[in-house]
Design a protein around this ligand. Structure first.
Ligand SMILES: Cc1ncc(COP(=O)(O)O)c(C=O)c1O
Length: 392
């Protein structure tokens, strides 16, 4: 059976060049970068190389602006808690309703346990934040604006430059969770004007369990993990060198393959979206038609349960994910689709297909054929028929 992996937004396959680097730093170059001897010094130099590789990918001003963390989630926590709790006393955060839970649940914790006030900005039908709403929400006690670069479920790219310009004008710090954008989009922290940016290795063909936070020089941020003072005091804990070196290599490879990679993915994505919308009646695209991640297609099929679709696709060798069930396994539809105004029925019938380095045109055509057949079969069993509840 053909096997097609279309869940690259969940995680990616580690690139062979990255595996080689990770293994070398487990087997041979195993020193602790804090040690004074040659084993340690070698690794300390390597750590700087990885920092440089990540800095170059996002055009940071210098490698010193990159801080390695244990995940994208941790980098998000550090960005938000590290600013709000930095002693300046400002307790208002502005974010959006469609952020990843790494941001939303962090904000909720700050609201419940640290006396913070959080504004969750609404989005339009494409999942996009209106920069004017950021301007309106900024108050005297606003410490930070955190808006994601691109959405992990529907792929919509946010107007980050406009939002960052407003923040700068108002003297408010701006963070962006770019876990999904990095590696697919030509991100430039200086041109974009953001003060902090989160990225994660396992979304760019690197290892799991390592991320990084870009912090522009001069930003006053407080650590949330305390200990031996590694990462210049901002993130204590012996550095996960194999994973960090893997992230560095993955960042270098990502920089070298952009923008061809983005263009190739965009062509394949559009072939997939057009093919599905043409072949399957009562289907619609979620997210922005153009301002979307090159790798992301998110489609709703009415009268079909997304979970049933996923199981059927899995039986045909296709790995995808659904926007219908939240991570806790409850019946609640995705908070992203809900915030966009997508009906519960349509949200339940949504499927996210995310392409990657190994996706071929044949994979796309196989997926279109298979999905069309699977939807037709599932609809034959549906009491609502193909039109679905919202059309009845
Ligand atoms: C937008 C976004 N932010 C943060 C994360 C969390 O990253 P990590 O898995 O490295 O903790 C993810 C992962 O899915 C994501 O998509």
């Amino acid at each position: 059976m053909r096997r097609v992996y279309l869940d690259n937004a969940a995680t990616t396959r580690v690139a062979p060049e990255v595996v080689e680097v990770v293994v070398a730093y487990m087997q041979d170059k195993y020193g602790n970068p804090s040690s004074v001897h040659e084993f340690g010094r070698t690794v300390r130099r390597s750590l700087q190389t990885a920092r440089q590789q990540v800095a170059e990918l996002i055009n940071a001003n210098c490698p010193g602006e990159i801080y390695f963390t244990g995940s994208g989630t941790e980098a998000d926590n550090l960005a938000i808690k590290g600013i709000v709790l930095n002693g300046e006393g400002k307790r208002h955060i502005i974010t959006s309703a469609v952020e990843h839970h790494a941001i939303l649940h962090t904000c909720e914790d700050l609201e419940e346990n640290h006396g913070c006030r959080v504004t969750y900005l609404p989005v339009n039908g494409y999942g996009m934040v209106d920069p004017a709403s950021v301007r309106e929400a900024i108050a005297d006690d606003t410490a930070l604006v955190s808006i994601m670069y691109a959405n992990n479920e529907v792929g919509t790219i946010q107007p980050i430059r406009e939002i960052a310009a407003i923040c700068r004008e108002k003297g408010v710090l701006m963070h962006t969770d770019a876990v999904q954008g990095v590696g697919q989009l030509p991100i430039d922290v200086q041109a974009d004007g953001v003060d902090m940016l989160t990225l994660s290795a396992h979304k760019i063909y690197g290892p799991k369990g390592v991320g990084a936070l870009y912090v522009r020089s001069g930003v006053k941020i407080r650590p949330i993990i305390h200990g031996g003072g590694q990462e210049r005091g901002l993130r204590s804990g012996t550095e996960g060198i194999p994973a960090i070196m893997g992230l560095g290599k993955a960042a270098e490879l990502a920089r070298l393959r952009l923008p061809e990679y983005g263009e190739r993915l965009t062509r394949l994505r559009d072939r997939l979206i057009t093919g599905l919308l043409e072949r399957v009646p009562y289907s619609c695209l979620n997210g922005h038609p153009v301002k979307r991640l090159p790798a992301n297609a998110n489609i709703s099929f009415s009268s079909v349960e997304g979970e049933a679709l996923l199981l059927d696709l899995d039986l045909h060798g296709i790995a995808a994910s659904s926007g219908s069930a939240c991570s806790s396994g409850s019946e609640a539809p995705s908070h992203v689709l809900t915030a966009m105004g997508v009906s519960v029925e349509e949200a339940r019938g949504s499927v996210r297909l995310t392409l990657g380095l190994e996706t071929s045109a044949e994979d796309i055509d196989y997926t279109i054929d298979t999905l069309a057949a699977v939807v037709e079969r599932l609809r034959a069993f549906s009491p609502l028929g193909e039109k679905g509840a919202q059309h009845v």
